[in-house]
Design a protein around this ligand. Sequence first.
Ligand code: ADP
Ligand code: MG
Length: 268
Amino acid sequence: ETSLPRPAATRTMVVANQKGGVGKTTTAVNIATGLALGGLDVVVIDLDPQGNASTALGIEHHESIPGTYEVLLEGETIEAHLADSPEADSLKVLPATINLAGAEIQLVSAVARETRLRKAIRKYLETHSADYIILDCPPSLGLLTLNALVAADEIMIPIQCEYYALEGVSQLMNTINLVKGELNDDLLLSTVLLTMYDGRTRLSAQVADEVREHFPEQTLETAIPRSVRISEAPSYGQTVITYHVASAGAEAYLKAAAEVARRGAEEH
Ligand code: ADP
Ligand code: MG
């Protein structure tokens, strides 16, 4: 049973922002869980050696567990190493292990180094269906992030409602344009999500206004509040949606996921 609209074709979305700690991983796992709880088929690919997305989705990712590394470096298939997340039915995760830290360097001399993830995803979709494939990146613009930008159709940027929020976004836009020109014509910045919004401060409201002015089409109506529940959830191996569904953070991420789904169904 689906309560959220299915996109006409698989949407591969990369959650990007080269600033660390802006809520990329939190956004990737909670949007993914919200979509899956809405009845959609979702795959999360964890590209960060830290494996924070794997942790938050309740997936083991110690060194001997195969995952993204084996797909990128050893030509193994995605389906071989997908794990079922306890967060939701129809939510699967390709885990990241610390081995991926070395992948950044190993990829430099690898053949077709920027297109490995795209190839693996295309192969997966030949025999499997997915409504959403969500890619979580490390906080750097290295080859792991580049693989994600090349594999994706759409970019989702989380922007923290803090000072200097838009700083770094212009650098990201330059990178996106480079990737578009050279490696992935189809890449579209489709979604901007305001995070860590603090309704008590003027600053949050000002940053939100500024971001909406800058990205009028892309910015979701829902802003994610700053919330202790959101930051606690990963230590229980959960997203805030299952950790504390009655919290403002869970409610906001469920609404944001519904917006993502609705907009995606309209566009296609
Ligand atoms: P990134 O992946 O961009 O490095 P994370 O998603 O890991 O960022 O978030 C950085 C830190 O901020 C984490 O400790 C996370 O739990 C916390 N965090 C993320 N979003 C929120 C929020 N809305 N409210 C409070 N803490 C948050
Ligand atoms: Mg992260």
